[in-house]
Design a protein around this ligand. Sequence first.
Ligand SMILES: *Cc1c(COP(=O)(O)O)cnc(C)c1O
Length: 461
Amino acid sequence: MPSSGANAQWQRRSLASVWHPCTQMQRAAQVPPLPIARAQGPWLYDQEGRRYFDAISSWWVNLFGHADPAIAAAIKQQLDELPHVMLAGCTHAPAIELAERLSALTGGELGHAFYASDGASAVEIALKMSVHYWRNHGQPDKRRFVCLRQSYHGETLGALSVTDVPIFRQAYAPLLQDVLWAASPDARQAPAGPEGQAAAEVAAEAAAADLHALLAQHHREVAAVIVEPLVQCAAGMAMHHPHYLRRARSLCDQFGVHLIADEIAVGCGRTGRFLASEHAGIWPDFLCLSKGITGGFLPLSLVLCRDEVYRAFLSEDVAWGFLHSHSYTGNALACRAALAVLDRFAQADVLTRNDIEAERLDAALAPLMRHPVVEHPRRCGMIWAFDVRADAVGSRFAETFHHIGRRHELLIRPIGRTVYLMPPYLLDEALSRWLAQALTATLTETLHHRDADRAHPPAFA
Ligand SMILES: *Cc1c(COP(=O)(O)O)cnc(C)c1O
């Protein structure tokens, strides 16, 4: 039985021993980590039995809710057969089947899969492969990357180099690659005039023109352009029109540059198609997947690449090959979990059901989206976001919102003044109504809190 005071005990021990990610640990004393004891479906339960709706799918990984029995059963069976074997000189069914099935989902366009365990590593692999490809092609000068403003691709040094989040880069700037920045196609930057999709297309075309100019000048030194198709998530759910991806694809073809699609966040059905690139009807040269691919059970990432890229590494010369290695490459348990996720997509019509449920949540959220402090309400597939007007937020808006959300049984972490939902694919009418109500209550209380802040500056300062 959960005992009262259990939460505080675990929080104390955690703060005394665990260094939490993406956290100013001094602030963590004010907003201590939620000690989660168990989880089921969309609900997390703390050590005292209180529940929280995981509105952000635990950093966007948990596709079908927590402890999904089908995925768990697949892992348990694999656990008894073959938990892991090295993938250099050995191979195994889960790694093979997963590569085959993902390739089939791209119509065979991306025919080989290279495995790793985290998203940043997949990005590193795609960057390295691209540069190495050009080297094998006798063009060693093509070794720079073009990335977009507001991009996020992970936090290892290579991935951070192509990431445009100043607060994550600052301390490490001297260690980062010198990259080329292209404009973000963020639809919020559309000029006044056209509305909705038409405005988004104008913004996409303006950003494509910027990419064109950059590639025209620098293509001889550029290996690849890296993009997050449709939604630049970590930047604050900045959404763009698929027109941008079509233009990026054709510019990359025109200038002889690779296109890397980082679908780590937007893949696995998040945008309404299994892969976000499908909305544009294009295939990149490299496609990175991670996060949701194992349904939030185990770490796994991979890079799918075109056969033409793969063939450029074939030679009798060992050094011509892609020698990148990682101990847990293609871990059998993780690959088996990913196969169970693909089974879910194959067996149930997940994407159609999500479309229906998303419209229902739209309807439930409609009054909130008309709140006077709400700007740029937007949705792409199973990602909802809105910004809270700059003049309506206090200095620690995201932290306060998160903290108040807990009282309304909501696990939510705004990015700056952007509030977003990335729920597991388990919505139904009752949950949607509940979620809209909890979110509205959290926003209302957060806005009041800020007024209180002003009256008593020390609170939450
Ligand atoms: C999360 C994320 C990454 C990094 O993945 P990690 O597993 O956290 O290293 C890279 N790119 C995008 C688009 C992401 O959302």
